[in-house]
Design a protein around this ligand. Structure first.
Ligand SMILES: Cc1cc2nc3c(=O)[nH]c(=O)nc-3n(C[C@H](O)[C@H](O)[C@H](O)COP(=O)(O)O)c2cc1C
Length: 330
């Protein structure tokens, strides 16, 4: 849909949404006022301007409480945020609060606060200021900069987002030999292959603990909460065990990993014994090592992207799964 920029009929909400379709990084820009107060705010309008001389720009709303301080400031520092700095971004997007309370930082150019753990930092001297409608555009000369390897925090469509590297261009998913059959990008193949290969690495650990697959699934389920009634065990193992987890629980009762606890109504109820808890903790530690090694083979910041997408997929396929964890936390 084409919307004309001139009023009447210019829809500013749609305009804002259309601007939001331009994905950006997220920065925090800091300065220090003449009386020594540190100031900062979250800014996504940052952009590069010139390499020689090195110039960058950003725009600041006329309504911002920080405007007078930035107008008067000779120096400011742009911090490009990494994927794990979303809460810092939220803190600096709050209006007028003491955003530096309890936050460790160093002093940079013009004593402007220099935040830690960022992807890049550009220490700037104000070069120009331009009126830009309801914003002021600041152009700064970069006096110093540094950078660290972090996956970027991204803002898109009014929300934080992930960015991940694309496969090398030109690589197309392959099809099976049988025409019309599964291909390499079939979701079931991707999920199944990664699931079975991951759990194949767990098999030696289960063998060492003398646990069958069924017993392991039930043991994992029993770690969710102190006591688990039969119906919840069946819900938790739905799609994994066909018998409501009965074979698994029988094996765990026999091996001393699980015990009966007081029935809820007339429903059997189970809990882990100390032996079961110790075994579960050993398995969790070993499984986390496998996870760490596998995820380290992905690029920086790609593990949170993968986990976030899988979580959304589980939410779409099996909304009840989230309740297992909520009840467990109680
Ligand atoms: C991701 C994100 C990007 C933002 N980008 C800008 C921006 O480019 N310019 C701006 O003036 N405000 C921007 N804001 C809003 C300010 O961070 C917010 O208004 C802040 O409260 C201003 O603080 P102050 O009023 O204490 O100065 C952004 C907020 C978020 C969450």
């Amino acid at each position: 849909m084409l919307t004309q920029g001139s009023s009447p009929g210019f829809d500013s909400t749609e305009f804002r949404k259309a601007l939001g379709s331009f994905a950006t990084g997220v920065t925090i820009i800091t300065t220090r006022t003449a009386d020594g107060t540190p100031l900062g705010m979250t800014v996504s309008s940052f952009n590069s301007v010139s390499l020689e001389p090195p110039l960058v720009l950003w725009s600041l709303a006329n309504s911002s409480l920080s405007l007078p301080a930035f107008r008067a400031a000779d120096y400011w520092i742009v911090h490009v945020l990494g994927i794990d700095q979303e809460s810092l971004s939220g803190r600096f997007a709050k209006r007028g609060e003491d955003k530096f309370a309890g936050l460790e930082h160093d002093d940079g150019v013009g004593s402007a606060p220099l935040l830690r753990g960022c992807s890049a930092r550009f220490q700037c001297r104000t070069a120009f200021q331009y009126e830009g409608g309801d914003h002021v555009i600041f152009v700064g000369e970069v006096l110093a900069f540094d950078r660290e390897d972090h996956a970027p925090l991204v803002f898109h469509g009014g929300r934080y987002a992930h960015a991940t590297r694309r496969d090398a261009p030109g690589i197309q998913p392959r099809s099976a030999h049988l025409e019309g059959s599964f291909g390499e990008d079939f979701l079931g193949y991707l999920l199944g292959r990664s699931h079975f290969q991951f759990f194949a690495q767990m098999q030696p650990l289960l063998a060492r603990e003398a646990l069958s697959d069924e017993a392991f699934h039930v043991l994992s389920t029993l770690t969710l909460k102190p006591q688990l009634p039969q119906t919840e065990l069946a819900t938790a193992t739905a799609g994994i065990a066909t018998d409501g987890g009965q074979a698994g629980i029988r094996a765990l009762l026999a091996s001393g990993h699980a015990r009966h606890c007081e029935e809820i109504g007339d429903e059997p109820c189970y809990a882990l014994t100390d032996t079961g808890k110790a075994c579960a903790l050993r398995l969790v530690a070993a499984a986390k090592n496998i996870e760490r090694e596998l995820l380290a083979r992905l690029g920086p910041g790609e593990a949170p992207v993968l986990k976030s997408l899988l979580n959304r997929l589980i939410g779409a396929i099996d909304p009840a799964a989230a309740q297992l964890w909520e009840r467990g936390a109680a």
